[in-house]
Structure formats: C-alpha cells, structure tokens
Design a protein. Structure first.
Length: 130
C-alpha cells in the first residue's frame, strides 16, 4: 500500500510541475504579445452631403476582434455610422455627413480572449467635415 501511495504522490508532483510549466508558458505568451492598434491614425476629411467611406483596421491582434464601437459621448457626425461584423479585424465608417464641423470621435473595441484575456483597442479621431 505504501508503494502505491508513493507512486500516486510522485505522479501528482510530476503533473503539478507540468502544469506549472504550461502556466508559465501561457503567462509569458500573454505578457509578450503586442498591443493591438487601430489604423489609420487619422481620418480623411469628409464633405457635408457627400458619400464618405473609410476602413478602420485593427492590427497586431492575436485573436479575432469581438467588437468595434463608437463611444456615445464622442459620436460620429449625423449621417455616418461604424459597421463592424464580428470577428473581422476591420470596420467601416460610412454614410453621408449632414453638416460641416470638427468632430472628436472615440472608436473602441476589444479582441476575443483564449488562454489570455482579450485586449482593448481605442483611438480618438478628429473628423473634419467641410
């Protein structure tokens, strides 16, 4: 009986070491992955009453993008919307802006998590509508 208990204890210790190595590898991989970034860094100028379309890409994402949204406190001008289809790594701002002005627009989102938690992405754009 002692031999069997010793074998079980040895197996448990060996598995614990394996799990520790696996956990260490996951933590290292999570810590060293690049931060996703929203591109382009600046939006092209739009024209009031003219069709507008620009693609926003999430680069350096280690997993698919869960969502891309516009913050309600810093929205797109009337007539424009951000469209994102999960799990694509891009979204599109499109539409016809209705009036001229300078708008501060915050776009944010995140990626799906796996062994690592999902990552956040955000950029505040200044959109000029002439």
């Amino acid at each position: 009986m002692k031999l069997r208990s010793l074998a079980v204890a040895g197996l448990a210790a060996a598995l614990s070491g394996c799990e520790a190595v696996t956990l260490g590898n996951v933590l290292t991989g999570c810590a060293t992955r690049p931060e996703p970034e929203l591109m382009p860094k600046e939006l092209p100028t739009a024209g009031a009453g003219e069709p507008y379309k620009v693609r926003l890409d999430v680069i350096n994402a280690s997993t698919p993008v869960s969502k891309l949204l516009v913050a309600p406190a810093q929205p797109l001008p009337d007539g424009l919307e951000l469209i994102h289809v999960r799990p694509e790594t891009h979204g599109v701002i499109q539409g016809v802006p209705t009036r001229a002005g300078s708008y501060e627009v915050r776009v944010y989102g995140n990626t799906f998590g796996t062994q690592c938690t999902g990552q956040d992405v955000e950029r505040v754009y200044r959109l000029e509508v002439k």
